[in-house]
Design a protein around this ligand. Structure first.
Ligand code: CA
Length: 226
């Protein structure tokens, strides 16, 4: 997700909480950076402060909506007047949170926003004998629950939304980690290896498996019909 907040202390508190909750977070402190990131990356949700040093969140939100940007936007503001709230929603924000707020409240609003489109269309992802429920972040193989870390869950969710398609390491780093991730480049491979171990299965036994596609990335191979 993209968090646009010029208060550095607040931004880092939010980032820490969100990363702990398993989200990939990019931070922007100015309208110009937010605009650049929002138009060059594919975010699931945007948290947008209203008052920014080089402009305001309302104008940015309106401009992005005018350009066809459909990602849910949660607007943050220090103001609490009805007219600000109405302007925020008019500008295309999906929800509104007045500062000061507690982190759990922000997290709950984000969960609600993220669930909104997915529950409407895909309440449960199913590929072969694997099932994944986004809302509760749970995974089953057959009837057995598979315990995953939040990063593993996000990886699997991304692959299960694209069964049979090759997904590159860059795609995974951008969506499951974040745009500025500068750690080891084999971090994806390590997590994929852990996922494979937990999920078991192999293409040869006809079960769902995560295949390595040489030079391209990974593919979740759907189980062949028996
Ligand atoms: Ca501000």
């Amino acid at each position: 997700m993209l968090v646009v907040e010029d208060d550095i202390a607040l931004a880092s508190i939010l980032e820490r909480g969100l990363v702990e909750d398993g989200y990939a977070v990019d931070l922007a402190h100015k309208v110009v950076d937010a605009r650049h990131l929002a138009t060059t990356h594919d975010y699931d949700v945007v948290v947008l402060d209203l008052g920014l040093p080089d402009g305001n969140g309302l104008d940015l939100c309106r401009a992005l909506r005018d350009e066809g940007f459909t990602v849910p936007v949660l607007m943050l503001t220090a103001r609490d007047s009805l007219s600000d709230k109405v302007s925020g929603l008019d500008a295309g924000a999906d929800d509104y949170l007045t500062k000061p707020f507690d982190y759990p409240e922000l997290a709950a609003r984000l969960r609600a926003l993220l669930r909104r489109p997915s529950t409407a269309t895909t309440p449960m992802l199913e590929v072969g004998d694997l099932r994944l429920e986004s809302a509760s972040r749970r995974v089953w193989k057959g009837a057995v629950t598979v315990p995953l870390t939040s990063r593993e869950f996000s990886l699997l969710e991304f692959l299960m939304m694209r069964p049979g398609h090759v997904v590159s390491r860059t795609d995974l780093l951008e969506h499951v980690w974040d745009a500025n991730y500068d750690g080891l480049s084999n971090v994806v491979d390590v997590h994929i290896a852990n996922l494979r171990r937990k999920l078991g299965g192999s293409a040869s036994s006809g079960e769902v498996s995560i295949e390595t596609v040489r030079g391209a990335g990974y593919r979740l191979a759907p189980m062949e019909a028996a």
